[in-house]
Design a protein around this ligand. Structure first.
Ligand SMILES: CC(C)(COP(=O)(O)OP(=O)(O)OC[C@H]1O[C@@H](n2cnc3c(N)ncnc32)[C@H](O)[C@@H]1OP(=O)(O)O)[C@@H](O)C(=O)NCCC(=O)NCCS
Length: 177
């Protein structure tokens, strides 16, 4: 499967909403509102248009990924980073490597834009293949009561977390309905 991975356009919003809803529909851990989260994040100051990307096959949108700005804060300093959430592949196209292509393309674009790291909460079976490790290994914590192994982080460049540690501050849109 060789999708085109490109920046999302306004005309893609409807398809992205549908794919996000379908991708998470049968996921037990989901509250099935990720499609609304994407809509809210597009209007947020955390939104970076270049980091909302779609996978397209023969003119049809089959996947979407969104990286938004976060802060990593401690008592002494704060640093800008990114969070990956959500990533969605249409159920008919899952397990064909499209999710991997979206993640790799989003990492590359983020690097080009000067970002040095990404954090996420996700499945520890999937994300380590893209370089993600436990965020706690870097001294990075989330304000969630989530198991340590699902709180993950990756350095996009060598030493991307040098001098960076503390709590992840997500955009307020993550906590709205
Ligand atoms: C997770 C997801 C984006 C991966 O995209 P994909 O195109 O299916 O993934 P790839 O083909 O690159 O990789 C397939 C691998 O992902 C794993 N995988 C798929 N969904 C997964 C999930 N929800 N949790 C953990 N692993 C998952 C598969 O088991 C497979 O693992 P393997 O290579 O060891 O066999 C896609 O399956 C999806 O949309 N899932 C529902 C939504 C979701 O869980 N999003 C992530 C949370 S934000």
């Amino acid at each position: 499967m060789n999708p085109i991975i490109r920046q999302e356009k306004f005309d893609d919003h409807k398809a992205v909403f549908t794919i996000t809803e379908l991708a998470f529909r049968n996921l037990e851990i989901s509250e099935h509102n990720e499609q609304f989260l994407v809509d809210r994040l597009r209007k947020s100051s955390a939104f970076i248009p270049e980091l909302s990307m779609v996978a397209e096959i023969e003119g049809k949108i089959v996947g979407h990924i969104l990286l938004t700005k976060i802060l990593i804060k401690n008592e002494k300093s704060e640093h800008e980073s990114l969070t990956l959430a959500p990533v969605s592949v249409h159920p008919d196209f899952q397990k064909m490597g499209i999710g991997a292509k979206l993640i790799q393309a989003a990492h590359q674009k983020a690097r080009e834009l000067g970002y040095k790291s990404v954090v996420l909460i996700g499945h520890p079976h999937y994300y380590p293949r893209f370089g993600y490790r436990k965020a706690s290994d870097f001294g990075i914590k989330f304000h969630f009561d989530a198991p340590d192994e699902v709180c993950m982080a990756v350095e996009l460049v060598p030493k991307g977390f040098n001098g960076v540690n503390g709590f992840v501050e997500l955009a307020k849109e993550f906590f709205e309905n």
